[in-house]
Design a protein. Structure first.
Length: 703
């Protein structure tokens, strides 16, 4: 059942049930609303004709994307792939809109693409339920008569209905429809309001409004009502054979239905669970590539849904008292969908999801942390079911024996934690889940410059030095964008160069990123952890192995332990350039942080400065942007008291711009650049050759 809120928005439906235009009423009603109220206007696809977009003269509306429309919402609802509602909303001033696309044509409407009337019937209820916590007023604008499902159900779910008449003939038809709504279809008379654009229209039996201010004042006295969804089986509901048409009399007892299948008996439930386990096993054995990424790939999820449908239809082993289509829907929902998390997983703007409790979900959207009050779990059982469903492709389940699970998928990393009360875990208040999404499309050089992550001058510097043998440590705090930065570095390289990536999750895998389609020499190695520690292959072993694969360079996902740090340092000191990331609080503290992870004495500190040349330090700013704040040359490191660093670029926090301070000056870096045949013009532009020349002069004297 829905959670009852202390304040909910009021839903107003505007209808002209003679099939005449009702858009003018919506336009004028919006102007009569109290200032400062949050309002959304939703254009229903009753006949699929655009009206609001043209009549309201909204700026930029002709640039509206097809995916940003009410039509797309109903299509996605029909496919059970509904996205966050913000993705369908067009914002204009103080009013939000869900519009039919302005270029839509009546002979090719969204209704022709729907599989059944389900979306048109349930859609208005879904929208009311999810919008009433966010808006003061939700205005549904209908286009049809009562046998059109989105018209009829927009009226059924409304707190108030304006029956709008352009002229006297409209009023007669609307008044007949009002009587039918009250007498046959259970709509309370006090929620129905006649409005006529013709001020001469009057009635002896009902009040007729001609002032938008007056009708709104009357409507505002009607209390808003929360939807209370009834959990009915899909099979018990007649959705009609002709999409876009219904007989309203068949829906007298219909309530908003969230498509939850009810199981009649314990025996059926046991059979369902066994059948579901059987299907999951078959998916793991035969379709693991798709099954493992259903949480973040709608294409893979759709393919898995087809596999499930085939398996259900071929089933002869499990006896379940449910028709085939119900059973297919039940299995698809419980295996491939992830409840309230699904819209977040599908939203490409969201890079991380943190669930702390049933109604405490924080996402990072476009780089900014956002509390999502619309994401609510019914109870802890539902939250556990969703967590375990996400872990199912890899045979993992949160239990008291394993209360913390880190799972790595291609494209996503999950950390799930069991609670102390229900699972004897370690989280005090609620089971928790943290999800980090790794997109296929990564930031390229141009985007980094445009977003202010680096300057054009810094990009020129990287383009000059990165291909010529320098080893780089990208440092920063958690979620500062270290991985995004290090996986951008190969873009400065020749596409045929052999760069081997090594990591403990499939986060980098450069060959799977859109920007590296033209790069054909990017092998990737991933840590393998199994019960037998001697047979496990950690990052240190992989670095050692990579040296035998003739790499031009090695990209190490993140330095987290002594073995990885030791092997990375070994590789950097044996002629290979190494790029890696490490957690640190500042550029100057990065060498000490590396030494800390090594867990060695300060005697090994000089080898850090011998192996690594540049430190790129990145910060996450308050507005969500990631900024490279320092590019430093590591000249010498002999311990905490013997750190010599040369600042090449820095970010002026007051002026909010990058500044070039000093050229490269250490002889050891210049020697590397010369060894990798850096052009002399670039060498002279970016390097101070004084120390190198002095070293060469001393060498001649000594010899």
């Amino acid at each position: 059942m829905s959670t009852v809120a202390t304040a909910i928005g009021q839903t107003i439906t505007i209808a002209n049930l003679t099939a005449s235009d009702a858009v003018d009423c919506a336009v004028h009603l919006v102007s009569a609303l109290p200032k400062g109220k949050r309002t959304i206007v939703v254009e229903m696809p009753c006949i699929g004709a655009p009206g609001l977009a043209h009549r309201t003269l909204l700026s930029n509306v002709m640039g509206l994307l097809e995916v940003q429309t009410s039509e797309q919402f109903f299509l996605d609802y029909d496919r059970k792939e509904t996205k966050p509602l913000d993705q369908y909303i067009f914002r204009h001033g103080q009013i939000d809109y869900m519009l039919i696309h302005p270029r839509a044509v009546v002979d090719n409407t969204v209704i022709g693409s729907l599989r059944s009337n389900r979306a048109l019937i349930e859609g208005p209820g879904f929208l009311k339920e999810h919008l009433q916590q966010r808006y003061d007023y939700i205005i549904f604008v209908t286009q049809g008569i009562m046998n059109q499902p989105s018209t009829f159900f927009s009226i059924r779910y409304a707190d108030a209905v304006i029956l709008y008449s352009n002229h006297q003939s409209d009023f007669i038809g609307n008044d007949i429809s009002r009587e039918r709504l009250v007498k046959y279809y259970g709509v309370p008379n006090e929620r129905l309001f006649h409005f006529s654009a013709d001020r001469h229209v009057t009635s002896k039996t009902t009040k007729v409004f001609s002032s938008y201010t007056d009708v709104f004042k009357a409507i505002d006295k009607v209390p808003a009502q929360l939807l209370e969804p009834h959990f009915l089986t899909e099979g018990s509901t007649p959705y009609g054979e002709i999409v876009g048409r219904i007989n309203p009399a068949e829906y007298l007892s219909f309530e908003y239905n969230p498509s939850v299948v009810m199981v009649d008996s314990d025996e059926d439930q046991e059979q369902l669970e066994q059948f579901m386990d059987h299907i999951r096993t078959q998916l793991k054995q035969n379709h693991l590539d798709d099954f493992s990424i259903i949480s973040q790939s709608s294409e893979a999820r759709q393919r898995v849904r087809f596999y499930i449908a085939d398996m259900v239809r071929e089933n002869i082993k499990f006896k379940i008292n449910m028709n085939t289509e119900q059973l297919i829907d039940y299995m698809q929902q419980n295996i491939t969908m992830f409840g309230p998390l699904q819209p977040l997983l599908d939203d490409p703007r969201i890079s991380s999801i943190e669930v702390n409790d049933l109604n405490e979900t924080i996402v990072e959207q476009d780089g900014v942390d956002v509390y999502r009050s619309d994401i609510v779990f019914r109870d802890y059982q539902e939250l556990y079911q969703i967590i375990n469903r996400m872990l199912a492709p890899f045979g993992k389940t949160l239990t008291s024996d394993e209360p913390i699970i880190d799972a790595y998928f291609e494209g996503m990393r999950i950390c799930a934690i069991a609670d102390t009360e229900l699972r004897s875990g370690v989280s005090n208040d609620s089971p928790m889940i943290s999800i980090r999404k790794f997109p296929k499309h990564i930031y390229d050089r141009v985007t980094c410059i445009e977003n202010g992550n680096i300057s054009k001058e810094m990009d020129d510097f990287f383009a000059a030095v990165i291909p010529h043998g320098v080893s780089v440590v990208v440092a920063g705090s958690t979620n500062s964008g270290k991985t995004s930065k290090v996986q951008m570095l190969p873009m400065y390289m020749d596409p045929v160069k052999r760069i081997i990536t090594i990591e403990d999750s499939k986060e980098l895998v450069l060959k799977h990123k859109d920007q590296y389609k033209a790069y054909k020499n990017l092998p990737s190695l991933t840590v393998k952890e199994i019960g037998d520690k001697d047979k496990s292959i950690d990052m240190g072993k992989l670095v050692k192995t990579s040296l035998r694969l003739r790499p031009n360079g090695i990209l190490i996902g993140e330095i987290r332990d002594k073995e990885a740090a030791s092997r990375a340092l070994e590789a950097a000191n044996t002629g290979h350039f190494v790029w890696t990331t490490i957690h640190a609080t500042s550029a100057r503290s990065t060498p000490s942080r590396f030494l800390e992870v090594l867990k060695e004495g300060e005697s090994v500190a000089p080898s850090i400065s011998e192996g690594f040349d540049l430190i790129i330090f990145q910060r996450r700013m308050s507005d969500g942007r990631r900024i490279v704040t320092d590019v430093m040359e590591l000249i010498h490191y002999g311990g905490h008291k013997e750190l010599e660093i040369n600042t090449i670029f820095t970010y002026d926090m007051l002026a909010k711009k990058h500044e070039f301070w000093n050229p490269i000056r250490s002889a050891k870096v210049v020697e590397k650049l010369l060894a990798f045949e850096m052009p002399i013009e670039a060498l002279e532009k970016w390097c101070d050759l004084t120390e190198y020349k002095e070293k060469m002069q001393r060498g001649r004297k000594d010899s």
